[in-house]
Design a binder for this molecule. Structure first.
Ligand SMILES: C[S@@+](CC[C@H](N)C(=O)[O-])C[C@H]1O[C@@H](n2cnc3c(N)ncnc32)[C@H](O)[C@@H]1O
Length: 225
């Protein structure tokens, strides 16, 4: 019955949406920052990592972009695939995140995301299911050329930066989504805590926090904070 319904929907104007197009859940200007970082680190050795991939739309789009630009790197996409971890979300409610956002991502299914990746022509993405706060850093690639941290909350942002930064290749870059001042999500607090601990400068490009490896030569031109 379910398969028949699916077949019927596929033949309506909704077809392309249910069939092939997982949404990209990052703002268009921030997708630009991420794709720009990926292209600028094309020659930097190491894997690409996205921490917080949701339905995988950005991962699939960017994995194809790299391959179609003759940049052949492993793309690793990490998520709980069950949404926010309750205690991490509660910690940010205490910092001002509205409670209504609690269930924003709890509808995701890893098998469905894998099927979309096949259909979207990005079958080689390596999906890892886990909470970045609890995950061993050993599960991450040994060397990382570029990383998108898009987990929204302060604690997993801090954990992702702490685990990824030591693995960043010379010339590599990390960008952190949801870092504008006053945002509902408190990613900025996790980013600020990490850069303060490391003695790094805070740097923002179009609402994203940026961390670069000292040898990095990434030019974000005149893009504002
Ligand atoms: C804004 S979405 C990611 C959007 C995705 N990067 C894109 O561009 O389409 C945030 C994701 O972070 C995931 N997430 C939140 N806390 C996490 C944690 N502790 N570990 C791993 N993933 C987490 C959520 O499950 C959710 O799918």
């Amino acid at each position: 019955m379910r398969a028949r319904m699916y077949g019927l929907v596929k033949r309506t104007p909704l077809g392309p949406y249910v069939n092939n197009c997982p949404p990209i859940r990052i703002g268009p200007e921030r997708l630009y920052v991420w794709t720009h970082a990926l292209m600028q680190t094309g020659q930097v050795p190491g894997s690409v990592v996205e921490v917080g991939c949701s339905l995988g739309g950005t991962a699939m789009w960017c994995d194809r972009m790299l391959r179609q630009s003759s940049v052949h790197k492993e793309y690793v996409a990490i998520d709980t695939f069950t949404g926010f971890v309750p205690e991490q979300f509660n910690a940010d409610v205490a910092l001002g995140t509205p409670s209504r956002l609690r269930r924003t991502f709890d509808y995701i299914s890893l098998p469905a995301v894998r099927r979309s990746a096949q259909k979207m022509g990005a079958p080689d993405i390596r999906f890892i299911q886990g909470d970045i706060c609890r995950m061993s850093a050993e599960q991450l690639p040994r060397q990382i050329s570029a990383c998108l941290v898009d987990v929204d909350l302060s604690q997993p942002v801090h954990a992702a930066l702490t685990k990824v930064y030591p693995r960043l290749a010379p010339g590599g870059v990390i960008v952190v989504d949801d870092c504008p001042e006053g945002d509902d999500y408190k990613a900025r607090i996790g980013y600020q805590r990490f850069v303060a601990e490391q003695g790094l400068e805070e740097r923002y490009v179009l609402g994203m926090g940026v961390v670069t490896e000292p040898a990095a030569d990434i030019d974000f031109g005149r893009l504002g904070a």
